[in-house]
Design a protein around this ligand. Structure first.
Ligand code: AMP
Ligand code: MG
Length: 491
């Protein structure tokens, strides 16, 4: 068996789907980290990957046997503006492997040199954004949220020029696929219905095989993608995640979180929170994400019109009916999740209002999102736990007034309080990638070549729902609720 047993289905699609292009070698490759648990999941030989041949392959210095490196073509709406050609400008898909559960997974190098889609970019990635993506995507996976994964990070030994000179790195990203809403838009914009059909058939077979049996498989595909995105965005909101750049080229049709550029987690709860320095209008603010997902899905539905029905009016009716299902799907996932966060096993009338009331009080009182829900787990065991929650509110009585109604509702559930608290701890993480900790980690690596903080954070975030008293400081909120924290796109 070869170390990377590739089977490249995307490269078997028509030539206009991609550009064949090997990665560009780097001067001094050095393994920063290999994700051995993920290698195992993918049925890959971790020792080979960590050895000289593996590192050379992960750096893009050699092409491993069976690889067929391609840069994928795609388009996309960036902040609402359509760009007909984007594409992998600094990434290549090495190939696909079948994991231990039989799922096909992409193995992509990000930061692997210029491609025909690079435009004015250098095709490279800086170390800081590579570590951020590695850490945050792995944290999301540990939280149980669908996401691309990080298999390895390699230092290139080459500088990349940004506003300053920075060390370069290559990330090995693993995804169910890298097919985006923007991939469909690329062909739709060119009126290439044949390619759209081939792409849709590929996605059906690969990600949503059950839809192939439907009377109208393309309608079923649209429904399935809408459902997956509605659930994904609900999951983001439930952990305080702000993606930051929900352009249609950053929305994967398989329903995984992808493209960890300016993303960040809320500290103090405020739905208007925007971290990205380029998101001046707040288009991708925390609380806007459900709306934006629907906007993106509407663009996706438009690309499918030629496949949905022969007659255009009929196709539009199919698309509209599918999109009309989004709101309910999202509400169910979001309110179901909020109820679980509050220790409620079922959603009853009044529960969304109860949760909404708490969130409103948290926003008014600058309460830390993650700490509040985690502290509520203790309060579910009895009023002795109230102090820890109250302390998180500027005006602690804002919590008291709410807690009375919550306790009354919990009593209806007639569940043992200890059991309730345990169920709550399984959905309310103690540990998220705290922005101030991520910055400390990046500074240590970039300025001092010190990857200690990266390793520590990774190991803490691998068990986000465990108490880990010895790591309590990684659960703490920053001074001042993290107000004013800014992130930058990962270029
Ligand atoms: P992103 O903001 O990472 O989603 O990237 C948007 C587009 O810009 C994609 O087509 C990327 O491939 C491209 N891009 C981003 N950074 C670079 C870079 N350093 N060199 C070439 N292309 C890039
Ligand atoms: Mg992108």
């Amino acid at each position: 068996m070869t170390a990377l047993p590739f089977d490249n289905s995307y490269a078997r699609l028509p030539e206009r789907f991609y550009a064949r292009r090997p990665p560009t070698p780097v001067a001094g490759p050095r393994l920063i980290r290999l994700n051995r648990a993920l290698a195992e999941e993918l049925d890959l030989d971790a020792d080979w990957l960590a050895g000289p041949d593996g590192v050379a392959a992960l750096a893009g210095n050699t092409s491993p046997e069976g690889a067929d490196p391609i840069a994928a073509a795609y388009a996309g709406h960036q902040f609402g503006q359509f760009v007909p050609q984007l594409g992998d400008g600094r990434a290549v898909l090495l190939g696909e492997v079948i994991d231990r559960t039989g799922i096909r997974r992409d193995i992509q190098l990000k930061g692997s040199g210029p491609t025909p889609f690079s435009r004015r970019g250098d095709g490279r990635a800086a170390l800081g954004p590579v570590l951020r993506e590695y850490l945050v995507s792995e944290a999301m996976a540990a939280l149980g949220i669908p996401t691309t994964r990080a298999l390895a990070a390699i230092a290139t030994g080459e500088p990349v020029i940004r506003e300053t000179v920075l060390p370069g790195a290559v990330l090995t990203r693993v995804a169910a696929s890298h097919i985006r809403v923007g991939t469909f838009q690329f062909f739709a914009a060119r009126g290439d219905v044949e390619a759209l059909r081939a792409l849709a058939d590929h996605v059906v077979a690969r990600h949503y095989p059950a839809t192939a049996q439907a009377a109208n498989p393309y309608r079923a595909l649209l429904d399935a993608v809408i459902a997956a995105q509605a659930e994904l965005v609900a999951r983001w909101l439930l952990v305080g995640f702000v993606h930051g750049v929900m352009n249609t080229d950053n929305m994967a049709v398989a329903g995984e979180t992808i493209d960890y550029g300016p993303c960040a987690f809320l500290d103090a709860y405020d739905p208007r929170t925007v971290f990205s320095s380029i998101d001046q209008g707040g288009r991708y603010a925390y609380g806007q994400q459900p709306r934006i997902a629907l906007w993106n899905l509407t663009r996706f539905a438009e690309t499918l019109l030629p496949l949905l029905a022969e007659a255009e009016t009929e196709a539009v009716a199919e698309a509209e009916a599918a999109l009309a299902g989004y709101a309910q799907r999202f509400e169910d996932a979001y309110h179901g999740g909020l109820a679980r966060k509050l220790g409620l096993g079922t959603v009853r009338e009044g529960d969304p209002a109860l949760a909404g009331d708490l969130l409103g009080r948290m926003a008014e009182n600058q309460a830390d999102f993650t700490l509040t829900f985690r502290a509520l787990c203790g309060a579910a065991e009895g009023p002795a736990g109230d102090g820890a929650v109250r302390d998180l509110f500027v005006d602690p009585t804002a919590y008291d007034a709410w807690a009375t109604g919550w306790r009354a509702r919990l009593a209806d559930e007639a569940r043992d309080p200890v059991e309730t608290a345990a169920a709550m701890r399984a959905v309310n993480p103690a540990f998220i990638p705290r922005n101030h900790q991520v910055e400390v980690m990046i500074a240590a690596a970039v300025e001092r070549d010190d990857f200690g903080p990266f390793e520590v954070l990774l190991s803490v975030l691998a068990h986000p729902y465990a108490d880990q008293p010895e790591n309590a400081r990684y659960a703490q909120a920053p001074e001042g609720g993290g107000v004013g924290y800014r992130t930058f796109c990962g270029t």
